[in-house]
Ligand binder design. Structure first.
Ligand code: GLU
Length: 287
């Protein structure tokens, strides 16, 4: 077995569509041809939107597509204590602060006239203007049930690196992609690492879970590539390894729009009900 472990990490918040099928088949094919492992992770951290019936449908659709996974799937809802532990350690290092700002507050603060600056958008939407940052008492106990933001400047100081780099692998060639640390404050800002309505966040759990599953190669869509330097920063901060990444092309509809979960017309289940075969799906996504 070679040193190649990859994963498919769907959220059970709706039906899998052609874009998911492409991502899963590609990662699965890569693992099989490398003689490596293909793992499954159910990203059900958002308990407000995840449903057990969608999780069942994921297993069913993947099995129908001919995909098998090499270990028991990892479910994020079983890992809340790991997320709590990581958040506590970041809190103890003074790198987090609670934030009660709503999206509307952030939009209002970001569009307030200040030196003629336009609101800046990062991978998570509008860059947080830092309203709550100074209000935190560093000696306070870890706040439960509150949104927690990473103080980006402090995080960068704690890591002490001038840039964040990862290897992007496409068609057999490796490219090193780097983002200077000095861009992270302006272009990413103080991201949310735990939400008020559920513990943790995508960025936090993805790095912890990839490490827990010993993932060596992350295969996922180009739509997430703009967040990868955030993941590299979090990996450095938490002492986790950085895997190799392959961000694949996106499957679009006839109008060129990226497929979304609500795009039921392209749900795998719909194609199955219409009598299509797994090979038809492979052809439709260009595999
Ligand atoms: N749950 C994420 C999604 O469905 C996975 C992102 C990732 O692979 O890192 O987009």
């Amino acid at each position: 077995m070679t040193d190649f472990i990859t994963r498919f990490a769907p959220s059970p918040t709706g039906p899998l569509h052609l874009g998911h099928a492409y991502s899963a088949l590609l990662a699965h094919d890569m693992a099989r041809s490398a003689g490596g492992k293909f793992l499954l992770r159910i990203e059900d951290i958002d308990s407000t939107r995840s449903r057990p019936e969608w999780e069942e449908q994921i297993y069913d659709d993947l099995t129908w597509l001919g995909i098998s996974w090499d270990e028991t799937p990892l479910r994020q809802s079983d890992r809340l204590s790991n997320y709590t532990q990581a958040l506590n350690s970041l809190w103890d290092r003074g790198l987090l602060y609670p934030c009660s700002c709503t999206r509307r507050d952030i939009a209002a603060a970001a569009s307030a006239p200040q030196e003629g600056a336009d609101p800046v958008y990062g991978p998570d939407g509008l860059i947080y203007p830092g309203t709550c940052r100074a209000k935190t008492d560093p000696r306070a106990a870890f706040p439960e049930h509150q949104a927690l933001r990473l103080d980006m400047q402090k995080a960068l100081d704690a890591v002490g690196q001038r840039e964040f780099c990862y290897t992007e692998q496409s068609s057999g060639t490796d490219e090193t992609l780097c983002t200077p640390a000095c861009n992270m404050v302006q272009e990413v800002g103080d991201i949310v690492l735990s939400r008020r309505d559920f513990l943790g966040s995508y960025h936090l759990s993805v790095v912890l879970d990839d490490a827990a599953q010993s993932i060596t190669h992350v295969v996922r869509g180009k739509d997430i590539q703009s967040a990868t330097h955030i993941h590299v920063l979090l990996q450095k901060l938490l002492g986790l390894p950085t895997p190799t990444y392959h961000h694949h092309r996106l499957i679009r509809d006839e109008a060129g729009k990226r497929l979304a979960k609500r795009d039921d017309a392209r749900a795998i289940a719909t194609y199955r009900a219409d009598g299509k075969t797994p090979d038809d799906i492979r052809r439709m996504v260009g595999l």
